[in-house]
Design a protein around this ligand. Structure first.
Ligand SMILES: Cc1cc2nc3c(=O)[nH]c(=O)nc-3n(C[C@H](O)[C@H](O)[C@H](O)COP(=O)(O)OP(=O)(O)OC[C@H]3O[C@@H](n4cnc5c(N)ncnc54)[C@H](O)[C@@H]3O)c2cc1C
Length: 515
């Protein structure tokens, strides 16, 4: 039967859109070029049998706290989607062994910050309280449809509330880089170091415009909602979405590589697969990066009128490292065994340096490392008594020009991967007293491997494009996205509201189509 909506790709945004549209009674067909569904959501026995690793995305705080999660959570729960929570969402561990843990207890966090430096507790309260106070406006800008009367009315209401100069000042503060925010708000280097690495997870650096605001939003979200993972792994989330969508009559096809979007008279009429098959449909939602959209899927329409579409830039690469362990790690610094996500970093300067090195095509001499401990939250991930670790290094070069430490000679990821993994492992092992005894196996994925698994991760960029302000908000993916043929909506990390598991663009697209 002719689908109402063909959805290209099966990542979080595609799944959210498919679920919402099928719950409205629309016939949806999801086409995925890989042999499995989920895009960045996949769980595999990467290292050893019985050890279930989230190969890419793992932390579902954005989905849990966003509108897509609110709308779909109860439906997905009926199909087996379950969160596993940690009381200790994040920590920083510095090279000297000093550490600071953020809990989900605001008063305890304030006391811990205050103990580090008088005034830092009050600064934390002011930052998270400020996000809470601005939440309706702030989250509408971060996640809502910006080209809408709703947003215009919201801005007008803010002018009335704050005055024009007051609103201009609010935007000025929101554009502050994380370095400026942290250095003027917190005296303790540990408090600064706790938040500095988080801006990398927004595709930014400590010097990027608006990275300070994103740091405050993250501090607020982690304290309020934690860092949940899905029981059994991200792959279980995909299974729940699939069951929900199929129960509503939606269908999925894997190994279905869409080669072209068929357009007639300026309107989309269907898609053509790489195997020559054509599928007619009412509309198409394409979860692809701009390069593929314009150079491949819409190639017959000629180059986009908007020149900015051809200048879309991708960000730094991402490197993933997974461990199977014979026993839980014994951190030399006490209090870290139950933390969901630990950054190994010395602070703002270290984060800035590694990001800058990666930006310039160098292997960072000391990469910023995020260590996830999913098996502490969800013991089903590995055999009893064992453990897994999920390491993300958001500072990897997309194109390798050299090594900031002058040690790795290879300039190709396939040749350099294990040497870079050794560098990361040496930093990790220094902090874990039993590491040599418990290490069973490791698997590394370079930026190149990530792109091989998901064509949208261009150059291993995990965030669908540079997230600098010129490519964000109204300008994501570029200034004139309305150039697209009628009946075509671009969704996915490359579109507003950007990357992450919030599923925001799938949510907005489905709502725009009447779901
Ligand atoms: C390693 C890694 C770790 C991350 N960790 C987190 C995390 O913990 N928490 C978080 O919130 N975010 C995380 N992110 C970011 C987040 O995962 C992504 O921003 C988000 O999942 C992207 O979803 P998407 O909807 O854009 O689709 P994607 O997940 O990118 O999926 C797109 C799908 O479309 C398919 N496709 C593309 N072209 C075609 C075609 N022509 N025909 C058919 N199919 C096609 C691809 O094969 C792919 O399966 C991480 C990202 C990476 C890479």
């Amino acid at each position: 039967m002719r689908p109402d909506h063909v959805i290209i790709g099966s990542g979080i945004n595609a799944l959210v859109a498919a679920a919402l549209l099928s719950l409205k009674g629309r016939r949806v067909l999801v086409l995925e070029r890989e042999d499995r569904l989920g895009g960045c959501l996949r769980t595999e026995e990467l290292t050893l049998p019985g050890f279930q690793h989230d190969v890419m995305a793992a932390t579902f705080v954005l989905f849990m706290t966003g509108p897509a999660g609110a709308a779909l959570g109860p439906h997905l729960a009926r199909h087996g989607f379950e969160y596993c929570h940690a009381a200790l969402p994040t920590a920083v561990l510095r090279p000297d062994g000093s550490a600071l843990v953020l809990t989900m207890d605001h008063a305890a966090n304030v006391a811990a910050f205050e103990a580090l430096a008088p005034g830092d507790g009050a600064a934390l309260s002011a930052d998270t309280g400020g996000v809470a106070a601005d939440a309706p406006f702030l989250f509408a800008l971060l996640g809502g449809n910006l080209w809408s009367w709703g947003t215009a009315k919201l801005l007008f209401a803010q002018v009335r509330k704050r005055g024009a100069r007051g609103l201009a000042a609010w935007f000025g503060t929101a554009l502050t880089p994380a370095r400026g925010w942290l250095e003027t708000s917190y005296r303790s280097p540990l408090a600064q170091a706790l938040f500095a690495p988080w801006v990398l997870h927004c595709g930014l650096t400590p010097e990027s415009a608006y990275s300070g605001q994103m740091g405050k939003v993250i501090a607020f979200a982690l304290e309020a909602a934690g860092a949940p993972v899905v029981k059994g792994g991200a792959g279980q989330a995909v299974a729940a979405f699939r069951a929900l969508i199929e129960a509503q009559g939606g269908t999925f096809r894997t190994g279905a590589d869409v080669d072209r979007i068929v357009v007639s008279g300026g309107k989309v009429t269907g898609v053509a697969l790489a195997n020559g098959e054509t599928i007619d449909c009412g509309s198409v939602l394409a979860s692809v990066a701009p390069g593929q959209l314009h150079d491949r899927l819409l190639r017959e329409e000629g180059p986009p009128k908007d020149k900015a579409a051809q200048k879309f830039r991708h960000g730094r690469g991402d490197f993933q490292l997974h461990y199977a362990l014979d026993a839980p790690p014994e951190w030399r610094t006490p209090g870290l065994q139950d933390v969901a996500l630990i950054h190994l970093s010395d602070g703002i300067d270290a984060v800035s340096k590694s990001a800058n090195e990666a930006e310039r095509g160098m292997f960072p001499a000391t990469p910023t490392i995020c260590v996830g401990q999913p098996s502490r939250l969800d013991p089903t991930r590995c055999p009893p008594g064992k453990a897994i670790l999920w390491l993300q290094i958001p500072d990897a070069p997309r194109v390798i020009k050299g090594d900031a430490a002058g040690e790795i000679g290879a300039t190709d990821w396939d040749a350099a991967k294990e040497a870079f993994a050794d560098r990361i492992e040496a930093i990790l092992a220094r902090h874990i007293s039993n590491f040599a005894d418990i290490k069973l196996a490791r698997t590394a994925h370079s930026p190149r491997d990530l792109e091989r698994m998901n064509v949208n991760l261009v150059g291993g960029d995990p965030y669908g494009g540079q997230c600098s302000i010129d490519q964000f908000f109204l300008w994501r993916p570029h200034a004139h996205a309305s150039d697209l043929p009628r009946g075509l909506v671009q969704i996915g990390a490359s579109t507003h509201p950007g990357p992450g598991l919030g599923g925001g663009s799938g949510f907005l697209a489905a709502k725009g189509l009447g779901a």
